[in-house]
Design a protein around this ligand. Structure first.
Ligand SMILES: O=C(O)CCC(=O)C(=O)O
Ligand SMILES: [Fe+2]
Length: 306
């Protein structure tokens, strides 16, 4: 599991001052990769006493308004940054930036790579054993999954909705991980309004086709999806990888790109990603067809208040 701590992370109000007198204000975690990139660009521009246009421009693509919009601009349009509380680029770093090795220009791409955080060893060995014994005992309580659209053949798996022996512990841990996970997904810290949890089993031939997790009015405030993977040892299925698709921006809205991030359902690992990302679960092959050999998950969603 990542050892990153949250102690120094705070929300920074950032106003981007752009060429032509434009400005945009957004809130970012102080360790946001976007904020770091913006400050680096400024520092590197300071190093060129006269900006003769020789330094390569990069394309900034910043999600705004809960991802309903994106602000895109080439880095040479960035004139200054107003931060509250004040942030200063360290002088030494700025000087290092001032003499950069020549770099090839960054390719201008309209594909936005989807971010995800995948952490191993989420539970202790003892907890995993207890969980595997628990699912075996509850096998008869699993029911077939459905989708909100009711579309047949869109999803095949079984699910257990009520499992307080584990769901309460998992939800508390997920909550405690928010300060570590959100900055890595470039999202500001927020107090979760609710965290849902369900226990799923994918056996032979099961899958979940392309979907997002917040596309209906009753799911619209889902911000993060988490999936905790576990299975019998040795593993007795193949497939079942999670594909998280990248995005492009079409007419100011996010759309699916052809590229994706592939997540292996590793035993005792947990993955976090934005619920708006399109994703799918590839078919599972489990020749024994035994329930206990399934690809198991505890998965759910972190909701914000509105
Ligand atoms: O099992 C997985 O890897 C993902 C499950 C999923 O996408 C969902 O339940 O919405
Ligand atoms: Fe999903």
């Amino acid at each position: 599991m990542s050892s990153q701590t949250s102690a120094a992370v705070q929300t920074v109000k950032v106003t981007l001052l752009l060429a032509g007198g434009h400005q945009y204000t957004l809130s970012l975690p102080s360790n946001s990769p976007i904020l770091v990139a913006v400050m680096k660009v400024l520092a590197s521009q300071t190093g060129n006493t006269v900006n003769n246009g020789s330094s390569p421009s990069q394309l900034f693509q910043i999600p705004l308004n809960d991802d309903r919009q994106a602000l895109c601009f080439p880095s040479h349009q960035l004139i200054g940054v107003l931060t509250e509380p004040p942030l200063y680029v360290q002088q030494q770093k700025a000087q290092q930036m001032a003499t950069p090795a020549p770099q090839p220009p960054a390719p201008v791409s309209h594909t936005i790579t989807s971010r995800f955080v995948h952490l191993d060893n989420f539970l202790s060995d003892k907890e995993c054993d207890r969980l595997l014994k628990y699912v075996k005992k509850r096998q008869k309580d699993f029911t077939s999954t459905t989708t909100s659209t009711g579309q047949a053949d869109y999803r095949h798996s079984t699910v257990l909705y009520h499992f307080p022996e584990f769901s309460e512990m998992i939800v508390e841990r997920i909550k405690g991980m928010m300060p570590e996970v959100l900055p890595q997904l470039d999202r500001p810290l927020f107090e979760p309004h609710d965290i849902e949890a369900q226990l799923t089993a994918h056996n032979d031939g099961h899958y979940f086709k392309l979907h997002n997790d917040n596309g209906s009015p009753d799911t619209a405030n889902r911000e993060l999806t988490y999936v905790y993977y576990f299975h019998n040892q040795p593993k007795n299925f193949t497939g079942g990888e999670l594909l998280v698709y990248d995005s492009t921006i079409k007419n100011g809205y996010y759309a699916k790109a052809d590229t994706y991030q592939r997540v292996e359902p590793r035993h005792n690992s947990i993955v976090f990603f934005l619920s708006r990302y399109l994703h799918e679960v590839l078919p599972v092959r489990c020749s024994s067809k035994k329930f206990t050999d399934s690809r198991f998950t505890i998965n759910g969603w972190v909701r914000r208040s509105s």
